[in-house]
Design a binder for this molecule. Structure first.
Ligand SMILES: [Zn+2]
Ligand SMILES: [Zn+2]
Length: 240
């Protein structure tokens, strides 16, 4: 496709998708020249198509999670999440929702057994936020009912325990085919009743001015980088 055309908020809202020899290429003309300016408390993805304010002045907690799930999710050495109340953000504004795609992480890969809606920018792919769904995957370690497990508000769902349960989960999924589980397309993400809990997590790197000074390192037993001994840290999930 030809070079990007003139700037406007309308073009910013709609990423242009073009084909090249390399496959799909998404052009985002307005954000290619200078990094977007953000105010403290503003969430902004890499391409600036997704922008909104955090739902509360201060997060309920900030976590650096070193579990395998968070490494894969963030494509980095660890993932950072800030926990907020959902009030004021959900139900999502339709204009914001229209810029987000959703990956539903199966509960079988989570300590909590709950599926998780993972919202990411359709244009640049930056992961934006996570929220648990009521729907529960056929959890590995299903001997413990998901309802009886401690709540996990850190945003990763305790992927750390996957190390012990991964093989069993795969076995079980193959055996059963999970035929009775609804497909992700059957989850109504505009219905508040689809969600579990009253918090969500927003990825830390997208929040302008986020205070990291009291961030807690979790699942450090799986860490691939050194963690300063003086910082608050836990080998698995933090105590409630
Ligand atoms: Zn983006
Ligand atoms: Zn994690």
């Amino acid at each position: 496709m030809a070079a990007p055309s003139s700037s406007s908020s309308a073009t910013l809202a709609k990423a242009r998708i073009a084909m090249s020899m390399d496959g799909n290429v998404i052009y985002h003309p307005d954000s290619r020249i200078t990094p977007p300016h953000t105010e403290p408390g503003e969430v902004c993805c890499q391409c600036a198509a997704v922008r909104f304010r955090v739902p509360a002045a201060q997060p309920l907690g900030v976590y650096h999670c070193h579990c395998r799930e968070c490494r894969r999710q963030s494509s980095s050495a660890y993932g950072t999440s800030a926990v907020y109340p959902v009030n004021g953000l959900f139900p999502l504004d339709p204009a914001l929702r229209s810029k987000l795609s959703v990956y539903i992480r199966p509960g079988v890969r989570s300590r909590t057994g709950r599926d998780m809606a993972c919202f990411f920018c359709t244009a640049c792919g930056a992961r934006v936020m996570h929220r648990y769904l009521r729907r529960r995957g056929r959890a590995a370690g299903a001997d413990i009912a998901a309802e009886q497990r401690p709540g996990d508000e850190t945003g990763c769902g305790g992927g750390g325990d996957v190390a012990q349960t991964e093989a069993r989960a795969t076995e079980e999924a193959e055996e059963t085919g999970r035929k009775d589980d609804p497909s992700p397309s059957e989850v109504n993400l505009t219905d508040e009743a689809s969600y579990d809990g009253t918090t969500l997590t927003i990825k830390g790197g997208l929040i302008a001015g986020l205070d990291y000074s009291r961030a807690v390192h979790i699942y450090t037993e799986q860490a691939v980088v050194d963690i300063p001994p003086e910082v608050e840290q836990y080998p698995g999930t933090p105590p409630p």
